[in-house]
Design a protein around this ligand. Sequence first.
Ligand code: DX5
Ligand code: ZN
Length: 227
Amino acid sequence: MNEIRIAPSILAWNLGNLGEAVRISVEGGADQVHLDVIDGHFAPNITFGPGTVKALRPLCDLKFDTHLMIENPMQYAEKFLEAGSDLLTCHAEVLDGRSFDQLYGVVNGRKKELGLALKPGTPLPTWAESRLDKISTLLVMTVNPGFSGQTMDMSVMPKLKEVSSLVSARGLGTDIEVDGGVEPDNVHRVVKCGGNVLVAGAGVYSKRDPVKAISALREKAEKAKLG
Ligand code: DX5
Ligand code: ZN
């Protein structure tokens, strides 16, 4: 399993002050900042676009983990990369082998990383299985995309185990990111099932002390990895 990485999702903070959310991530020692881009078509919410990513970019050196919950990732990929995204994670539900290859060309051409996300009910498609070596991060959603603060859907755990076993069996270094309802009381289970990148929106930003919440999550995750 890859190293544990904590990825606070700034969607859970006051959207009028995302700079502060980024500063909290830095202060808490987060490994990457999770940026949820939603277009109102792929999921029932509208968040922010490349302009916001660009405005936040000078605030830190942390990896910008951009989760594109949008219908047409190809149309915007270049714009997010130009704005400063390091990892672009696109959804399997709007891709096929051909469009994935196109996206990979764009992202890899800029020496950035491409991730693939799965909604709770979506299995890993065959076209993706045969392209696993091109996917730097497999993002397993444990809530339906749209909003922060939902409860984790535990029925996704078998799929999480399956994809993480597949990655290990192939000897790949793919990160397994878990997104949706990650909290101190379920992080142990998530890591045991193979998750190493832990997205937390409410699990960080709704806590009384969000800075401390980041290290608290990390401690629990590291313990689960060792134990
Ligand atoms: C949901 C987003 C998640 C969400 C996480 O559409 O992809 O990243 O903001 O927030 P919590 O951890 O509160 O579920
Ligand atoms: Zn997300």
